[in-house]
Design a binder for this molecule. Structure first.
Ligand code: ZN
Ligand code: ZN
Length: 433
C-alpha cells in the first residue's frame, strides 16, 4: 500500500477533520487538570466522547478512573490476522506543579484535598495532549469502522505519575484488574510529548525509558527541646548525610550504564525550637538497566541505615511503586519504522538516547509487545549529537514536569495520524515483528 492509497487518504482526511476538535479537547483538559487517581471529570469527558462514537464497549471505573473503549471492525480479517487487536494508550493525570506555560488556557487549579495539599495542578507532563490525541484517533477509526480489519482498544489510563503512596493505581492495577484480558491486545502503541522539534518522532530500540521506584526513608530520633539536643536524638544530621550520600551511589554500578538517585522532598515534624522525632525523605531511583535496581536499592538501604546509626537514630527504607523500563524490542522498532516515517516524514523520525524518565506504559508493553515513541511539540532543533536545543526566536526548551512546559497544538494532528496509521498497519498485517 502506498501513501496515495485511498485508505490512508481516508485516515489522513479523518485526522485533518478532527484536528480542531482535538485542540479544543486539549485546551479544555489543560485548563481543568486532575491529579493521579482523581481524574474524575477527565474520565467522564473521555467516556462521553467514546459513547458518542458508538463504540462496541465503553468500560469506566477501571482501576480507579480508567476508561477502556473497544471498537470491533466491520471487515474482520482471515487466517493469521483474525485475532488482531491493537491497544492505543494515553495517560490522563496531571502533576502538582504550577502552570507557567504562558497560554491563555493555563491552569489556575489548586487542589486542597490532596496529600501534601493545597497544591497547584497542571498538565506539566502533557497528558492533556495524549488524552486529546487518542480521542481524536478513536473518532477517526470509528469513522472507518466498516473497513477496519480487526479490533482497536482505546486505553485511557489513570495515575501514570504515581498515585498517592497509600493508594493503588496506574498501569499495573489496570492490567491486574483484567482490563485488557478480552479482547487481548496483539500490540500496544503509545507516545509521549516532549521537548523535541515539532513533529519529530523519536524512538529507541532497547530501553527508551528507565526502571524506576519511589523511595521513602523515615529517620527516627527522639524529640526534644531545640535548646537541649543532648537530652534527645536529632534525626536531622542523619537525614542530611543520606541526602548528600545518594550522590555517590552511581559509583556502585558500571559507569557505562546510566543511573540516578534523587531525593526530591524532605519532611520534618519539628519547628525552630523543637527537634522533631522523625525526618522523612522522599526520592526516586532510576536506572536504564533493570538489573541495576537491586544493587542501588541495597546500597541506598545500607547508606540510610548506617548514617542513621552513626547519629544514634534508626532508618526504615521502603521502595514503592516499582515500574519496569520502557523496552522497545529491535523487532518491533524495525516493523514500525516504515509506518512512522510515512506519517512524520523520512527525515523527521530519529533515534534518541535513553532517558531516565519512566512511563508505566512499560507494564503493557512487557505484557503484550508493541512500541512507545516520543513526539516533539516544542520550538527546538536537534544538535549534532541528536539532542534537542532551543530554536532561535521560539518559545524555548521547557522539559516535562517544569512549570514552563508547553506543547504546540498544531502538532497534535501528527499524534492522531500516528495512532491511526500504526493501528491500521498492525491490524492489516503490515506492522508486526
Ligand atoms: Zn511525567
Ligand atoms: Zn508523562
Amino acid at each position: 500500500m502506498t501513501d496515495t492509497d485511498p485508505l490512508y487518504e481516508a485516515l489522513d482526511r479523518g485526522a485533518a477533520e478532527v484536528a480542531g476538535q482535538v485542540v479544543a479537547w486539549r485546551r479544555h483538559l489543560h485548563a481543568h487538570p486532575e491529579l493521579s487517581n482523581r481524574e474524575e471529570k477527565t474520565a467522564a469527558l473521555v467516556a462521553d466522547v467514546l459513547t458518542g462514537l458508538g463504540l462496541d464497549e465503553v468500560r469506566t471505573g477501571v482501576a480507579g478512573h480508567g476508561v477502556v473503549g473497544v471498537l470491533r471492525g466491520g471487515a474482520p480479517a482471515e487466517g493469521r490476522l483474525r485475532q488482531r487487536v491493537v491497544a492505543l494508550r494515553a495517560d490522563m493525570d496531571a502533576l502538582p506543579v504550577p502552570d507557567r506555560c504562558g497560554s491563555p488556557y493555563a491552569s489556575q487549579v489548586v487542589e486542597a484535598g490532596y496529600p501534601g495539599g493545597p497544591v497547584p495542578v497542571s498538565h506539566a507532563c502533557g497528558h492533556d495532549c495524549h488524552t486529546a490525541m487518542l480521542l481524536g484517533a478513536a473518532t477517526v477509526l470509528a469513522g472507518v469502522r466498516d473497513r477496519l480489519p480487526g479490533t482497536a482498544v482505546f486505553v485511557f489510563q489513570p495515575a501514570e505519575e504515581g498515585p498517592p503512596v497509600d493508594e493503588p493505581g496506574g498501569a499495573r492495577v489496570m492490567l491486574e484488574s483484567g482490563a485488557l484480558d478480552e479482547p487481548r491486545p496483539t500490540m500496544v502503541f503509545g507516545m509521549h510529548v516532549a521537548p523535541y522539534p515539532k513533529g519529530v518522532v523519536a524512538y529507541r530500540a532497547g530501553n527508551q525509558y528507565a526502571a524506576s521506584c519511589l523511595v521513602k526513608i523515615v529517620v527516627t530520633g527522639r524529640q526534644v527541646h531545640g535548646s537541649s539536643p543532648w537530652q534527645g536524638v536529632d534525626p536531622m544530621p542523619a537525614a542530611g548525610g543520606i541526602a548528600v550520600g545518594v550522590g555517590q551511589l552511581y559509583r556502585q554500578v558500571p559507569a557505562h550504564r546510566p543511573v540516578t538517585v534523587s531525593i526530591g522532598h524532605i519532611e520534618d515534624v519539628g519547628r525552630f525550637n523543637i527537634i522533631g522525632e522523625t525526618v522523612t525523605l522522599w526520592g526516586t531511583i532510576r536506572c536504564e538497566a533493570q538489573e541495576d535496581m537491586e544493587t542501588l536499592q541495597n546500597a541506598l538501604r545500607r547508606l540510610a541505615e548506617h548514617q542513621a546509626e552513626s547519629y544514634g537514630c534508626t532508618a526504615v527504607v521502603s521502595f514503592l511503586q516499582p515500574v519496569p523500563p520502557v523496552h522497545n524490542s529491535p523487532e518491533w522498532v524495525a516493523a514500525a519504522l516504515p509506518t512512522l516515517r510515512r506519517v512524520a516524514g523520512e527525515d523527521r523520525v530519529v533515534e534518541t538516547v535513553p532517558t531516565l524518565g519512566y512511563d508505566d506504559v512499560s507494564v503493557f508493553l512487557a505484557a503484550f509487545g508493541g512500541l512507545y515513541v516520543v513526539l516533539g511539540v516544542q520550538d527546538t532543533e536537534l544538535d549534532a549529537a541528536g539532542a534537542p536545543v532551543p530554536l532561535p526566536g521560539g518559545r524555548g526548551l521547557a522539559p516535562n514536569h517544569n512549570p514552563q512546559f508547553y506543547a504546540d497544538d498544531d502538532t497534535l494532528v501528527t499524534g492522531v495520524r500516528l495512532h491511526v496509521r500504526v493501528a491500521w498497519d498492525h491490524l492489516d498485517g503490515r506492522l508486526e515483528p
